[in-house]
Design a binder for this molecule. Sequence first.
Ligand code: FAD
Length: 341
Amino acid sequence: MAKFEGYKDIYVFVEQKNGEIANVGYELISEARKLVASIPSLGFQVVGVLLGHNITDKANEVIAHGADKVIVVDDALLEGYSTQFYADALTQVILTYKPDSFLTGATVLGRDLAPRVAARLNAGLTADATKIEIDQTKVEDGEALLLVTRPTFGGNLFGTIICPNTRPQMATIRPNVFSMDAPDAGRSGEVITFTPEWTDTDPKVVVKKVIEKVVEGVDITKADILVGAGRGAEDCLDMVKAVAEELGGEMCASRAVVDDGFADKSIQVGQTGKTVRPSLYIACGISGACQHVAGMEKSDMIIAINRDPQAEIFSIANMGFVGDVKEILPLLKEEIIAAKK
Ligand code: FAD
């Protein structure tokens, strides 16, 4: 008998708020498709799990984004996010369908939900991951052992974690780490409706009022072009902003600039900031510390400006300028303006 009889497929939690699905669910489905393609002999599928109220019509969108099946739990108790009811429903889904692995976005909701479900199931969970692979040496034995990598020791090292003894293998993965495939409206898949058996419908926590967060400034995770300011550009942030504006992009910053009080934490890129993957990232006076790089290395094109030719940032840049940002940025701005004419 196989070690984990009956456990199959890669499941992805498809997070939604007010019926709007968060990109991270689709990023994880796209990555899960690559993972199942790497183990064709196991015949695994990608299954989306969608929880909420009046959300059943969203299932086809999940299929268009790459799921083979979608399990929908549509219930009035799941109207807004509730730790209690979401954890109850998801635990039942997992006990019923036996996923081999279960991936959740490392969002505020995912970081709250996944560990609670893992604890109830006595399953292993790797939190805040940035990379997932499958151990190909185990596939012959019928096993799809996940190798889940996450930053550790303050971001100075990466650790790869396995959960070989229990199923499902659970992980939360940071948003923006994986790219999202374009949807294909022609894809077809199965939609399964799951009705949870509530043992306790008495909410332990009552949400009296939801106050929407006032978002100040821009959401750098959505910007296609980012110009990053590091400590070396602290005294010429106006130039960094001007170049970003000319390119139709946004300014972001390293933690040094945020800690020094020159930029808001909301635009910090990196391990303790945001993960971004724009088509162009211009790093101005940024040394390239691993904690910063962890948040922007997936950018399509990286251009670095630094006066130190040995700066680490050059090792991940596609193109580099060695020199003073205060001299290079005005020239760059002129060139951009000239190119637009
Ligand atoms: P510095 O390291 O001071 O580098 C400045 C660079 O500018 C140098 O390379 C210098 O050569 C260059 N320079 C100086 N003057 C000029 C000039 N006139 N023209 C051109 N180049 C110039 N950092 C993040 O960014 N994001 C994070 O999320 C993050 N999280 C962290 C989490 C932990 C647990 C820890 C321990 C650290 C974290 N850090 C993070 C901090 C990180 O280790 C670095 O300290 C930080 O990224 C350095 O920022 P910087 O490159 O702007 O500054």
